[in-house]
Ligand binder design. Structure first.
Ligand SMILES: *Cc1c(COP(=O)(O)O)cnc(C)c1O
Length: 454
């Protein structure tokens, strides 16, 4: 009999996070202070983050213990299931073996609470009462609101204005968990007021919402800021996904030839593949391929510049060395899915620079087509972001069919799409089109980089 579903006993859930920093062949370029442009010290980040997270951001310990209180909370949805996609394999008539690790069973429906809950925990321990953040489509805002409810923290979410009005359900989820969600730009911050004075109809952007959330956090002692992707400590928290997957694949007696994940800021993909990358670095599995999938409408890794850039529009955050489309990058409205951040996690940037991971950009029509194939065979309706990984997983399986090589593919299924059905509706009713971000526009946006693009 075929086995489709692999479930890890709670008792075998990983008890530490895996930190890739000490295993990197070359050290990561340091973050720089936005004012002095000199390397940052821990104290520079203290107005934004609790010291325990700042230590994790810079840590050189290979394994960092997960506090027991957090492990107990994770058990609300972890360990997550690893599936073998027998029905999809059959539909594709491929000799490839396809596995997927499904993060959509968390209460907010994605991988994001793996770090949201950890960040809320360390803020609470440091006596913080409130956390501000930004959200685009609303997934991060809902994950952090869920985490805030668990620890009695006040969560204030600046949601990109167009999404706030177009996508009310995530906002209602935030409110249900006790969070406050307001459209950005808002009248609550200097940068918000300035933008509204210039353009009362400003639709907002993720970079602008970050500026508002950061401004409020630095102006109050009882308030910190939280970021849902990109930073080292966020990727660290997500490594629980890959560590679980590794134990489960060991139990099965299999090992991936290819790992595929979708990347916005890069946290779910890195969380899945970093524990496996360790085997590539130490020579146990030198041929392991790792593929980061991004949208052609926001091609950070495939068309961005490798340079220091701000994380936000106003230039208030530290400078990170990353592949970037420029902090003034405005995502095109025709694109339905998420994954629209201008930058990429410094860790993924660095690995790509070193040739240890690959990147591919895909068009959105192909991603929804793959999402439908997946849903009609495996049942799960993935988030539009996740469909990017599904697209390339299917492409890899079809390549396997052509060559006749029975590759083992592991796909990161970052979340479900139940709150994104409007995007599926747009696809099914033929309203979506492919959009490639024009090279000239990328060039223009890259002219405004700090340090002249160094
Ligand atoms: C937020 C999100 C992403 C993109 O974020 P990463 O940090 O790149 O993982 C991908 N998939 C889902 C379902 C998300 O909610």
């Amino acid at each position: 009999m075929k086995q489709s579903k692999y479930i890890l006993d709670e008792k075998r859930m990983p008890t530490s996070w895996y930190n890739v920093l000490p295993d990197l062949p070359e050290p990561l370029p340091p973050p720089l202070h936005p004012g002095t442009k000199q390397p940052l010290g821990p104290e520079d980040l203290a107005p934004l983050f609790p010291m325990e997270l700042i230590k994790q951001e810079m840590s050189t310990e290979r394994y960092i213990e997960i506090p027991e209180e957090l492990q107990d909370i994770f058990k609300l949805w972890r360990p997550t299931t690893l599936y073998r996609a027998h029905r999809l394999e059959k539909a594709l008539d491929t000799p490839a073996k396809i596995y997927y690790k499904y993060e959509g069973t968390s209460p907010p429906g994605s991988h994001k609470p793996n770090t949201a809950v950890a960040q809320a925990y360390y803020n609470k321990k440091e006596g913080i009462k409130r956390i501000t953040t930004e959200t685009g489509a609303g997934q991060w805002g809902s994950a952090l609101s869920f985490a805030g409810a668990l620890f009695g923290l006040e969560i204030k979410v600046y949601m990109v204005k167009v999404s706030f009005y177009q996508k009310p359900y995530r906002k209602i989820m935030m409110q249900t968990w006790g969070g406050t969600c307001i459209p950005s730009p808002s009248m609550e911050t200097n940068i918000g007021r300035k933008m509204l004075a210039e353009d009362p109809d400003c639709p907002g952007s993720l970079g602008l919402a970050i500026s508002e959330a950061v401004e409020e956090a630095v102006s109050r002692d009882d308030t910190h800021y939280s970021l849902g992707s990109v930073l080292n400590h966020v990727l660290l928290h997500q490594t629980i996904i890959g560590q679980e997957a590794k134990v489960m694949m060991e139990d099965i007696g299999d090992y991936p030839d290819v790992i595929v994940g979708c990347v916005g800021g890069g946290s779910n993909a890195a969380g899945l593949y970093l524990p496996f990358l360790k085997d590539k670095l130490d020579g146990t599995h030198p041929d392991l391929r790792i593929v980061n999938v991004e949208p052609a409408s926001c091609p950070t890794l495939t068309k961005g510049l490798y340079a220091y850039d701000y994380g936000d529009e106003a230039g208030m955050t530290p400078l990170l060395k990353m592949f970037t489309l420029g902090h003034e990058f405005m995502p095109p409205p025709v694109h339905a899915g998420g994954l629209r951040y201008h930058g990429m996690a410094p860790i993924i940037t660095h690995l790509h620079k070193l040739g240890l991971v690959e990147a591919v950009a895909v068009h959105q029509l192909g991603t929804f087509e793959a999402g439908l194939t997946f849903a009609r065979n495996e049942g799960i309706i993935c988030a539009p972001e996740t469909d990017h990984a599904v697209r390339v997983t299917i492409d890899e399986a079809l390549k396997s069919k052509e060559t006749g090589e029975a590759k083992t593919i592991l796909c990161g299924l970052s979340g479900h799409g139940h709150v994104d059905m409007a995007a599926y509706d747009a696809y099914l009713s033929g309203q979506l089109e492919d959009y490639e971000y024009p090279v000239e526009k990328i060039k223009a946006s890259l002219e405004h980089l700090p340090l002249n693009g160094k």
